[in-house]
Design a protein around this ligand. Sequence first.
Ligand code: NAD
Length: 298
Amino acid sequence: MTVIIDGKAEAANVIEAVKTATAQLKTTKGLMPGIAVVIVGEDPASQVYVASKGKKAQECGFHSVQHTLADTTSQEDLLSLVDTLNNDPSIHGILVQLPLPGHIEEGEVLQAIDPDKDVDGFHVINAGKLTTGIGTAFVPCTAAGSMLLIERIRGKDFSGLNAVVIGRSNIVGKPVASLLLAANATVTIAHSRTADLPALCRTADILVAAVGRPEMVKGDWVKPGATVIDVGINRIPAPERGEGKSRLVGDVAFAQCAEIAGAISPVPGGVGPMTIALLMANTLVSAYRSAGQVPPTF
Ligand code: NAD
């Protein structure tokens, strides 16, 4: 029987652990984890993401602030806000919602965030810590969430297992590959220039799809018994639901692949809820570190 990985339930477990540890930090150190979310412009999808992050932070018992800036905000003003947040002791996690308007140099803004408050894990110091294994990195939340789901199925040591990650972004593909490698998997990163992707995927005991192409991974790409993690979020037309309606699908053709896989994460309800839960976990960890306390592990 194929296991359908319940990302909602796993995320709820992470959030419960965050709530408990937050209460402990308040009792023992009088410290409340603080998160600042910065959004520039009025992209509707970004507004929804930011609102749900703020809501989840409040649910966890965090101090949560949102800075909403006009899409005409200059790079200089945005950098100045990041600097203020870097120096604000009540803030332990800073998140600048992407994408930023075209006139802003995204890389420069992300690299201006204090690496100790970089709960998205996008700073080169955190990326470097993750790939080298030196120090403790903040791991990008979607990658960390995907890894937790894989661990629930496969344990923590992937010695002898082949892993294929489709997608080489800094946000998902590369950090997932680093985590799998650190857990002793033999890892291949595939991308848009990879030859014979279906044959490569058939070698994977662990297959992670982070592409952004609706239902690209077909049933005959999947090795029998494989663990399949679908990171993709794609909105496609759904005329069967009525005129102009749409629905979300992943990068994996779910029904076909579920027949072959040993375990598979659905979209929605798989990796998505884990991402926000791991953002809360990273912020909590940052607050613990700032208080000189050993943070919980997730
Ligand atoms: P990206 O566009 O930065 O990277 C996509 C990667 O896919 C690239 O490395 C590219 O080489 C590869 N690719 C493109 N076409 C390909 C093809 N035909 N064959 C093989 N590889 C191909 O995207 P991203 O930010 O890494 O996000 C990937 C997907 O994950 C998107 O659908 C995104 O919405 C989703 N996502 C979900 C979450 C979540 O919380 N669940 C978070 C981040 C991203």
